[in-house]
Design a protein. Structure first.
Length: 305
């Protein structure tokens, strides 16, 4: 299990909670715990499923190098999956109703879908479900969090598509497509923050249904700080991936592609923070953003990919 990647997990539940219009509570913490367990299970199962391929392409990894036994990796994946589902059940039936298909998606991706055209879609769906898990655990409802889940899932889909070229040189079109996706998502989460169309909240809702649009000037005292924070976090999201994606497009070699994938995973955190700030949960957005430097610090010791 790769520790730096785990820092990208708590923001899913927190962003989902913010999108649902509720403050975090004890059930949100249970959702975070469930997410961490299921994410860890996915990483262990991924290495177990890829152990024969890794023995050829990346023999330094824990299983092919002999540092971890395959049976231990599979046992960890099963135990963490059970723990994740148990924590979700403790948060309530709505949370379990989301965690169960999330666990199925994780296992299906690692065992079957990873090397098919459906792989990136499955991974994007898993990240989106993880965000919905926070909303379901905290409020019992997920409808308002669906747009945020779609945006986060789209980012994950793009990163996963790039990751399929990690071990061998590939096409420059894939990182270029991921770069275009980043630009589109940045545009969507910041569009018309400062001046929504006439007609108030309802007229602005067409921009990104489910995400609360900024109100007209003078109607909400904290509107400008929220807009500024959202824009700053969105800029951080775009900046995290821009250069690595460009480098991978210019030279789609395994080392540069791996850097692009790592940047895409790290960029998940500022995107989560942006979605949370857009939902007017400023303190929670700043908390999520604070996880980014921690992930980067540990990423210097352990590869995030």
């Amino acid at each position: 299990m790769r520790l730096p990647a785990l820092f990208s997990v708590p923001g899913d539940a927190l962003a989902g909670t913010a999108a649902a219009g509720a403050p975090p509570n004890a059930r949100t913490l249970l959702a975070i715990g469930s997410s961490l367990c299921l994410y860890g299970a996915g990483m262990a199962l991924n290495d177990w499923a890829d152990r024969e391929v890794d023995a050829v392409e990346r023999p330094h990894r824990p299983l092919p190098s002999g540092r971890i036994r395959p049976a231990a990796a599979l046992t960890a994946a099963c135990a963490l999956t059970g723990a994740g589902l148990a924590l979700a059940a403790r948060a309530g039936r709505p949370a379990l109703a989301v965690a169960a298909p999330l666990a199925v998606t994780v296992w299906a991706y690692d065992l079957t879908l990873k090397h098919t055209t459906a792989g990136p879609v499955a991974m994007g769906a898993a990240r989106g479900l993880d965000l919905l898990l926070g909303a379901a655990a905290t409020t019992g409802r997920t409808r308002r969090a669906l747009p945020s889940a779609a945006l986060l899932g789209t980012h994950t889909l793009a990163v996963t598509a790039v990751s399929r070229q990690e071990a061998r040189s590939g096409s420059p079109l894939t990182p270029l497509a991921a770069l275009a996706t980043t630009a589109l998502l940045t545009r969507l989460v910041t569009h018309r923050l400062a001046s929504p169309p006439k007609g108030g909240r309802e007229a602005a809702a067409h921009v990104l249904p489910g995400l609360p649009p900024a109100r007209p000037r003078g109607r909400e005292p904290g509107r400008q700080p929220v807009a500024h924070l959202t824009t700053a976090l969105a800029a951080a999201y775009a900046a995290t991936t821009a250069r690595p994606y460009v480098h991978a497009a210019l030279n789609p070699s395994p080392p540069l592609t791996q850097r692009a994938v790592g940047a895409g995973i790290r960029a998940t955190i500022p995107l989560q923070a942006t979605l949370t700030a857009r939902s007017r949960s400023t303190a929670t957005a700043l908390l999520i953003a604070a996880l980014a430097p921690l992930g980067a610090r540990f990423g210097k010791k352990v590869s995030v990919t």
